[in-house]
Ligand binder design. Sequence first.
Ligand SMILES: Cc1cc2nc3c(=O)[nH]c(=O)nc-3n(C[C@H](O)[C@H](O)[C@H](O)COP(=O)(O)OP(=O)(O)OC[C@H]3O[C@@H](n4cnc5c(N)ncnc54)[C@H](O)[C@@H]3O)c2cc1C
Length: 410
Amino acid sequence: MTAPDLPHIVLLGAGHAQIHLLARLAKLPARRRNAMLVTLVAPYPVLVYARRIAGLVAGRYTLAEVSVSLDRLIHSGRIDYIQGRALEIDTARRRVLVQTRQGGRDLHYDLLGVDTGAVMDRHQLEQRIPGARDHGLFVRPMEALPALWDRLRARTNDIEGEGTGRPAPTRIAVVGGGAGGCELALALRARLPLAEIALIEPRAGGPADLPRRVQRRVARWLNEAGVTTVPGACSALDAQSLHLADGRSLPCDAALFVTGPQPPAWLGRAGLALDGGGFLAVNRWQQSLSHPAVFAAGDVASRVDQRVPRNAVQAIAAGPVYAANLLAAAQGKPLRGHTPPGRASGFFDGSNGRAIAWRGAWVFQGEWVARWKNAVDRRFLRTFGGTENSSARHGDFAPAGLLEKSEQSR
Ligand SMILES: Cc1cc2nc3c(=O)[nH]c(=O)nc-3n(C[C@H](O)[C@H](O)[C@H](O)COP(=O)(O)OP(=O)(O)OC[C@H]3O[C@@H](n4cnc5c(N)ncnc54)[C@H](O)[C@@H]3O)c2cc1C
């Protein structure tokens, strides 16, 4: 235990589940709050709300409208915030090695809460797709999206009417046709009406991670918007072209990778029980299978008792139980189980003034659905102090920020 014998809870990541814990800490009665020390480690004191990413790319929202500054929660919860990122977890000694701008820090924990999300491992992608690391643009980490937009802008010639006089339209390839890739392809179409947008995905017919009837509608919207769906697997990339496994090549000015989530490399070295994909294996209490002092939620975690998709809806749903259980563990109280919501409901943003919603057997689409989605998103942001004009600015996410730099250097 950390002096003076208070349990030290170390929280890694400011993701969609962690924000519930920060909010709970801010409201705990003094007697309970004073019984523990809490440290948060995250590269930025900001939550980037995933469900509005397409709207940010489409230009409908500003960065402030898609993010929640955590300053208020950190202050009210009396949390010691360390701007940095976890590099290693030593579960045997209960220590986390943290990289900060000033250098390394070694933190002891009694309880550890992990919500660091998934990554796009540049090194692994480069092995599979030579040229991806040097020529590709990546949607993760999401905090780097504003900088990514600048880089996309630098490679294109018709963004927001800033033409350079080059006659050919910009050719953008979105690699990965899951829900995120389809939303981004449509968002880019809305933002760059003159660009040629291609969606590269081996499987035709719409995003496989959404219900079948939603897939068909998304496929129709892509078609209506003039996004060319190219069935195939990207096998290499260079400065001018994207190459497919079947030997075809497409001219390409910018390739945006929206390939699936991967576990961070440091997780594999921590000695924690992992699932087959390398994600942190947790039970129904969101607790590590191998190390009861470690709790995890969101994309970084994997429930071993059932298949739970990796998305913000699930991370948000797990947040309250994850938060309650970490606090209960600090006081030796019983834990409660989390029942993840099924795949039965969700929203898809078409960046065309319309959205699709599904609930059980029902599928709705239209402008009113976009308004409904907006109301749900606003409620979430307001709950945690996002005010739609929160203090998050472009400069809060330095282009060569801690996280992005380290992801790229792997
Ligand atoms: C383009 C795109 C669109 C998407 N759209 C949707 C959508 O519409 N709806 C939906 O439900 N899902 C969507 N998703 C999925 C969604 O982004 C994730 O499932 C969600 O963000 C997971 O939340 P999380 O809390 O696990 O992690 P995140 O929200 O990724 O948060 C992780 C946190 O950990 C921090 N962190 C990372 N590494 C470290 C480290 N080493 N040490 C300390 N802190 C660290 C990060 O800075 C961040 O604060 C989309 C994803 C993409 C790529």
